[in-house]
Structure formats: structure tokens, C-alpha cells
Ligand binder design. Structure first.
Ligand code: KG4
Ligand code: ZN
Length: 340
């Protein structure tokens, strides 16, 4: 008789996406479903936390039902539940955590709180060709810009981070200055395609001194000042911003690879969807003989599959929450995680 596979349901609700994923020890990712609140928040020009929480409440359970249906499973087939415990918006996290803990309690199965950035970091492991440990990870999202030395799952040492705006935030703020909609990252990238490279030269912040930290808040000011002088050159400004941001990231990745001696780079988080960033990093990888891995496009931005996967590894290693109390960690340092 064959043993039952271990099946983990993942719930992501840290910001403005409700994401559900189901991962099986036998068949890998069985399904993932997503509802993005982007259009709801667009009219406010950014995420409104209270609206985000209320929408997660409405979406999560129907999405879980849909995911189970797509996977040809019932609730009783689940053997573990993973949810984003932090970092993120407190109210939004509470929704995922409450649903996960209640469901786990009702089914009498273990639950595990997952670090959102660990989810992003492990998302490339959902791809066909998986990165091998150890590697350097560049995590680039709306809330974080991190360079991490990764020895294995949970073995994380932060090599550098942004001292002010995250790079995704810098994309979003610059897009706003250019009058583009929310979320700004993809809109700015689209406009930059029409821009002329080299028309404006923006700085590469903090690349002229040693170290692996970043600072992106100055770039938006540079964009604003350039726009005041050249109001008709939005595409050229978008291009200059994108080139400066992506080259800065590349320079720091190169440094981190040299410093660690590692030959694999993993790039994840919303900004890893950016085509220019991928081009710049692929070129660097070719020169340095470094393998560069990205998540599949749908797993770059927030999703439930990455949470299911990260939780799955931890549950399989015997880790689980102590009980079913609803605990969230809106602020949570990646280095505090337990290695498995
Ligand atoms: O990882 P993510 O979905 O959410 C957070 O954890 O923050 O990342 C969202 C961020 C936003 O700032 C968004 O503008 C940016 O990723 N982003 C992009 C692109 N797609 C998403 N930035 C630049 N180019 C893109 N193609
Ligand atoms: Zn994220």
C-alpha cells in the first residue's frame, strides 16, 4: 500500500494579493490561485491597509476551495497548512493567519508561519531547473532590497540591504512622479522601453564606496528634478531611472559574488520580473561564469505557491507552530529563521 503524500496548503496575505498554493511531496505544485487587489487600490495611488484586510477576508476561502478543486483534492487530503506570518501589513497578515490556524485546528494537522521573504527566496525552486545551495540571493520587492548569503533553507546571512527605500518602492515612487498609475514598477518598465539610453545619466547610489548596502531614495528626487527641467521627456527619464537602478543592483551582486566566492545567484521578489534587470544580470553571469536563477514570471510577485513551498520544506523537516494561537510578525528579520 502506498503512503499518503504530504500535501501543504499555502496562504499568502501580507499585502495586496491573496494567494493560495497547494504543494505535494509526490507531484510538486498542484495548483495556485491568486486575486490581486491592484485595481481596488489604484484609485488611492497605493495600498490602503484596511481595504486590503477586508478584501483578503472575502477572497481567501473561495480561493482555497477553488485551489482544492483544481488539485482534485478535498480538505481532508491536506496534511499541513502554511501561511505568511510576516513581515507585512498587520491586518492583512491576521486574515491569513486566522484562516490557516482555524483550518489546521479543525483538520487536526500542523500549521507553520512562513517568512514572506523566505517564500520569495525559495520561489526559484519551483522552476524546472533549480538553483543549488549555496548561493547569493538578491531579493527585490516593494518592501525589501536584500542581498543574502544562503547556505541552505533557513541558513541566511544578510550581506546588504537598503538603508531607505526598497528598489520596488523607488520604481513605484518614480512612476508616480512621472504620472504613471499604481503599481508603478511594471508601468515604468513599459515606458522605459520607448526611452533613449544615455539621454540622461542618473547616479548609481553607494557604488563608489565599499559595502553591500543600497540607497534608492535619491533616484526619485533625481527623476523629479529632471522632469521639472524636461517635462516632455518622461520615457527618457524612465529609461535613465531603470538603467541606474538595475546597474546599481548588478554592481552589488557582483561584489557579493566576489566576496562569497559563490557561483550561483538567485534573484527573486516583484522586481525580478523586470526585463532590463534580467538582461543586466544575465550579462554579468556570463562574464563571471555565474548561474543566475529567477522564479517563473508568475512567481516573481506575491503568490501562494512560494508560501506553500517554503512551509512544505519546514513541515517536512518536522517544524510546526507550537499551537493554534493566531500570531503574526509584521516585522521579522530573515536572519532569525531556524535552519533546516
Ligand atoms: O514581491 P512583490 O509582489 O510584493 C512585495 O513583497 O513587496 O513586489 C512588488 C514590487 C512593486 O514595487 C512593483 O512595482 C515591483 O515589485 N515590480 C516591478 C515589476 N513588476 C513588479 N518593478 C519593476 N519592473 C517590473 N516589471
Ligand atoms: Zn512580496
Amino acid at each position: 500500500m502506498s503512503t499518503k503524500p504530504f500535501v501543504t496548503l499555502g496562504i499568502e496575505s501580507s499585502c495586496d494579493e491573496t494567494g493560495i498554493g497547494i504543494y505535494s511531496s509526490e507531484a510538486g505544485l498542484l495548483s495556485h490561485t491568486l486575486f490581486s487587489q491592484v485595481e481596488i487600490h489604484a484609485e488611492y495611488g497605493g495600498v490602503v491597509p484596511e481595504i486590503a484586510s477586508r478584501d483578503h477576508i472575502q477572497r481567501a476561502i473561495p480561493l482555497i476551495k477553488e485551489s482544492l478543486k483544481i488539485s482534485n483534492l478535498t480538505r481532508q487530503d491536506l496534511t499541513g497548512i502554511a501561511y505568511t506570518q510576516g513581515p507585512g501589513l498587520a491586518g492583512a497578515l491576521l486574515v491569513g493567519s486566522s484562516i490557516a490556524q482555524s483550518l489546521a485546528w479543525g483538520l487536526d494537522i500542523p500549521a507553520i508561519g512562513v517568512h514572506h521573504m523566505e517564500g520569495h527566496l525559495l520561489a526559484p525552486l519551483l522552476a524546472q531547473i533549480k538553483p543549488q545551495f549555496p548561493f547569493v540571493a538578491l531579493l527585490v520587492s516593494g518592501g525589501h532590497t536584500l542581498l543574502v548569503e544562503v547556505g541552505g533553507i533557513g541558513d541566511y546571512k544578510i550581506l546588504g540591504e537598503s538603508l531607505d527605500d526598497a528598489v520596488g518602492e523607488a520604481f513605484d515612487k518614480t512612476a508616480k512622479i512621472l504620472g504613471l498609475g499604481y503599481p508603478g514598477g511594471p508601468a515604468l518598465a513599459k515606458l522605459a522601453v520607448e526611452g533613449e539610453q544615455g539621454r540622461f545619466n542618473f547616479p548609481r547610489p553607494m557604488t563608489d564606496r565599499p559595502g553591500l548596502d543600497f540607497s534608492f531614495s535619491g533616484l526619485k528626487t533625481f527623476a523629479r528634478n529632471t522632469l521639472t527641467k524636461h517635462p516632455d521627456e518622461k520615457a527618457n527619464i524612465a529609461k535613465a531611472f531603470e538603467v541606474a537602478a538595475t546597474e546599481t543592483l548588478m554592481i552589488k551582486c557582483r561584489r557579493a559574488l566576489e566576496q562569497t566566492g559563490f557561483s550561483t545567484l538567485v534573484v527573486a521578489g516583484g522586481v525580478s520580473a523586470n526585463t532590463s534587470l534580467r538582461q543586466v544580470l544575465d550579462q554579468m553571469g556570463e562574464k563571471l561564469k555565474v548561474d543566475v536563477h529567477y522564479p517563473e514570471h508568475e512567481f516573481c510577485t506575491d503568490n501562494g505557491a512560494m508560501i506553500a513551498l517554503a512551509g512544505h520544506y519546514r513541515l517536512m523537516a518536522g517544524q510546526a507552530n507550537d499551537g493554534y494561537e493566531i500570531a503574526i510578525r509584521p516585522r521579522w528579520n530573515l536572519e532569525e529563521l531556524q535552519a533546516i
